[in-house]
Design a protein around this ligand. Structure first.
Ligand SMILES: NC(=O)c1ccc[n+]([C@@H]2O[C@H](COP(=O)([O-])OP(=O)(O)OC[C@H]3O[C@@H](n4cnc5c(N)ncnc54)[C@H](O)[C@@H]3O)[C@@H](O)[C@H]2O)c1
Ligand SMILES: [Zn+2]
Ligand SMILES: [Zn+2]
Length: 358
């Protein structure tokens, strides 16, 4: 079928809106009419990796309505409202153990832009293949082909257009705190970088009952919002004595991906403490061995969350008023995608959500 998609043809150039041809959903696949698509920093990070398959349709926080299902799909049906999350195989040791973010096929299914068999099911009007399986969806488009395994059915009464970010950024921040790090009541946590992932972590730390929640960011408006969402203290990331200003904490969480900030995040831990890292693309992390004495460091993917279990839990927290993630969102039409990227990069918008139907 003919759809519209935002395509990145050259990592140095803006996204362009084009008509493309999408195949029918194949075995285990689901055709989704995209209603909303969050922009995660990971969607633009790949401008730094020109070797990636191009042209590519990005977008991995989609929400929408199932329009058709391929052979073998039984868990969702046309008309169902869904959030699209990351994809996994379901059968490797990690998937079976309940940690699908560490699936043997995570990279192949999520960051290649291709199906596991190397096809994409998508061509441009010149007949050239377009990579359109980014995180099992490529949702910067009017329609996306996902898999039965990476869609999460949600109640049709919910505001579907803003639910997409639950599929990656919000799940990553909240899951890192509640699942991967298991932040305990009355503990202390420092969150470095309070964009979408960091603010989700701040809200989750409050849900977990942390007594001290320290938010660090370069943008005053983000620090202000962090305080409103549950942080007990906010610190300028440019503070020349950042470690001293933070003090010692039980948990630290880095979303900046900046090596110097990551080593500060390790350095502020109490012995026995745990530092979760999620930031990507900032370069290599160098750690003094002594800095790690008795401390733990873990790189976390997707909050270690199982989307079908965790996304409904986040929705419940939102209904209770304890996870007001709509405060991070600003919406754009699909053809405003380059404005959305600019506003995210300069700190104006925390979580852009594209509305392909608008
Ligand atoms: N591991 C995963 O599974 C996973 C999932 C989603 C996103 N990510 C990654 O997480 C990171 C955060 O994503 P996001 O969407 O929240 O991005 P974002 O750009 O909205 O947030 C990053 C924040 O860090 C702040 N920051 C940058 N440098 C800083 C410094 N020196 N000191 C203090 N603050 C600083 C920025 O001001 C910004 O608010 C990205 O690198 C993204 O690629 C990882
Ligand atoms: Zn697997
Ligand atoms: Zn993401």
């Amino acid at each position: 079928m003919r759809i519209q998609a935002a395509i990145l043809r050259d990592p140095a150039k803006p996204f362009v809106i084009e008509d493309v041809e999408l195949d029918e959903p194949g075995l285990g696949e689901v055709l989704v009419r995209v209603v909303g698509a969050g922009m995660c920093h990971t969607d633009v990070l790949y401008r730094m990796f020109p070797e990636l398959a191009m042209p590519m349709v990005f977008g991995h926080e989609g929400s929408g309505v199932v329009e058709a299902v391929g052979p073998g799909v039984t868990r969702v049906k046309p008309g169902d409202h869904v959030v699209m999350s990351y994809d996994s195989c379901g059968w490797c040791a990690q998937c079976l153990a309940g940690t699908p973010p560490y699936c043997d096929e995570f990279m192949a299914r999520n960051v290649s832009g291709l199906r596991i068999d190397g096809t994409t099911g998508t061509t441009d009007l010149a007949g050239e293949q377009v990579a359109a399986r980014w995180f099992g969806q490529s949702s910067f488009a009017t329609h996306a082909i996902a898999t039965e395994r990476n869609v999460v059915a949600v109640d049709a009464a919910l505001p579907l257009e803003t639910l997409g970010p639950l599929g990656c950024g919000l799940q990553t921040g909240a899951g890192s705190v509640l699942i991967a790090m298991g932040v305990r009541p009355a503990s202390s946590i420092a969150v470095f970088g309070t964009g979408a992932v960091g603010l989700a972590a701040v809200m989750a730390a409050r849900v977990a009952g942390a007594a001290e929640i320290i938010a660090v960011d370069l943008h005053p408006a983000r620090r202000e919002l962090a305080l409103e969402l549950g942080a007990t203290r906010a610190i300028d990331g440019a503070d020349p004595d950042l470690a001293g200003a933070v003090g010692q904490v039980d948990y630290s969480f880095d979303t900046t991906g900046v090596p110097a900030v990551m080593s500060t995040a390790v350095g502020v831990l109490r012995p026995g403490g745990l530092c979760g890292l999620v930031g990507a693309g900032g370069g290599e992390l160098t750690l003094q061995p002594e800095l790690c004495a008795g401390r733990n460091v873990r790189y976390i993917l997707e909050g270690e969350a199982v989307p079908q279990l965790f996304i409904p839990q986040l929705i419940t927290l939102w209904e209770q008023g304890r996870f007001p993630f709509e405060r991070l969102i600003r919406t754009y039409r699909l053809d405003q995608i380059n404005d959305a990227e600019r506003d995210s990069a300069d700190g104006t918008t925390i979580k852009p959500v594209l509305l392909p139907g608008a």
